[in-house]
Design a protein around this ligand. Structure first.
Ligand SMILES: Cc1cc2nc3c(=O)[nH]c(=O)nc-3n(C[C@H](O)[C@H](O)[C@H](O)COP(=O)(O)OP(=O)(O)OC[C@H]3O[C@@H](n4cnc5c(N)ncnc54)[C@H](O)[C@@H]3O)c2cc1C
Length: 377
């Protein structure tokens, strides 16, 4: 059977694109090596922060606004709650450039934020302890997404609209003559006019076809027992902490889950031919996270209730790669989401759909151009 479009990798970005394509009546085949949502890639561990205000390039802030609308739409069509608007508090040194730029973005894009000094933060959330030189930018409309539920919802909706999905099917080769692609898997070969490659941490396995400077990292997260009266999501926000050296992010307790925290920098290099060590393999898995909790949220530094490891796929500049294959115009690549991509999965699905069907997107994708890594392919 021939398809209009094959999606190689049906995780966060691929499954979303599968939904938007199928909804438009495009004959779509999604292929995944696992059975998404699954716990081997980048989308598990229950939750992902959904913030709107970025520093630097305005593209991300604009995309976050559109992503938010699409999350609302998905909740509505599926009848599934996916986003909890607990608010998100970003903490860092007062007067930092990042904080200034975020405030500028909030003003330019009419996003409601509050700037709080250390005293105001501590008065508002009794569970927080911050150094005097810290300030916070609080986004009341931000919150967190249930990431596995999102992937499952996109899967259900894509199938409802007629997409085909092959699970537990590993892609071993890709060929293109610019009019057609042939995707070879351990379950046979499939042909389509066009292809989206959204292979997360596994792009290296397709290096015969496209070489990208994506470095997969093993990242540990853990849920710590916390005083529920202080840290439950109804009174405590999601958070990021950045002191210019180390960066942490985390989530309030949800239905007694405990406070979940992860470290954005650091992590261990991983490659597809390496073992993926479980949570707790390295002492730092817990120690780093506990140290941050003891400093900033001492009453959430209880025993570890659960730990998990997940994969980041880092580009050298931490900007995404969303672009046409440099040699094959019928192939679009989406990768290198560098530990901050999930909030955009909805809008990325929409962008991929436009790029593969119309050849262009309303969103500015120039920061994601593959040509900035022309040295590697
Ligand atoms: C611990 C952690 C915390 C994070 N926190 C946040 C956050 O708070 N906010 C935020 O916005 N983002 C966050 N992120 C980042 C975000 O989750 C990722 O950017 C996003 O999930 C990447 O999506 P993806 O589609 O590229 O990868 P995935 O969702 O992993 O999908 C890739 C898919 O490709 C499939 N695949 C690969 N190779 C093959 C092959 N050869 N054959 C068949 N299938 C294949 C895989 O099985 C997988 O299902 C976090 C990530 C991690 C790990």
């Amino acid at each position: 059977m021939n398809y209009d479009i094959i999606i190689a990798g049906a995780g966060s970005m691929g499954m979303s694109a599968g939904y938007y394509l199928a909804k438009q009546g495009v004959k779509t085949l999604l292929i995944d090596a696992f059975d998404p949502p699954h716990s081997s890639g980048s989308h598990h561990g229950d939750t992902r922060l959904m913030r709107h205000v970025y520093a630097g390039n305005h593209t991300y802030t604009k995309m976050a606004i559109r992503a938010d609308q699409l999350w609302r739409d998905l909740e509505e069509v599926s009848g599934t709650p996916l986003l909890i608007r607990s608010g998100v508090l970003n903490m860092g040194a007062t007067g930092s450039q990042v904080l200034k730029e975020k405030l500028d973005h909030a003003n330019s894009h009419h996003i409601r934020v509050e700037i709080l000094n250390a005293n105001e933060i501590q008065r508002r959330w009794n569970g927080i302890h911050v150094p005097d030189h810290y300030a916070g930018l609080y986004e009341p409309e931000a919150g967190f997404l249930f990431s596995e539920k999102v992937v499952q919802t996109y899967r259900d909706q894509a199938l409802l609209h007629g997409a085909s999905l092959l699970t537990n099917t590993t892609i071993t080769n890709i060929e293109s003559d610019n009019n057609h692609v042939t995707v070879t898997t351990n379950q046979g070969s499939f042909r389509a006019a066009k292809l989206i490659m959204s292979m997360g941490a596994w792009f290296d396995t397709a290096s015969h076809f496209i070489k990208l400077p994506i470095r997969p990292l093993r990242k540990a997260v853990a849920w710590f027992e916390a005083e529920e009266s202080l840290f439950d999501y109804k009174q405590f926000p999601g958070f990021t902490i950045g002191d210019g050296e180390k960066g942490f992010y985390g989530f309030p307790s949800f239905n007694g889950s405990g406070v979940k925290i992860g470290r954005h920098d650091a992590g261990q290099l991983w490659s597809p031919d390496h073992r993926f060590e479980p949570y707790g393999h390295y002492p730092a898995d817990e120690l780093d996270l506990r140290a941050a909790l003891e400093s900033f949220f001492p009453r959430a530094a209880g025993k570890v209730l659960k730990g998990a490891v997940c994969k980041y796929e880092m580009t050298p500049d931490e900007d995404f790669i969303i672009d046409r294959h440099p040699l094959h115009s019928n192939i679009v690549i989406a990768g290198g989401f560098s530990g901050h991509g999930f909030k955009f999965a909805s809008v990325v699905g929409e962008i991929l759909t436009d790029l593969i069907i119309k050849g262009k997107s309303e969103h500015d994708t120039t920061p994601f151009a593959i040509s900035r890594f022309a040295d590697s392919y």
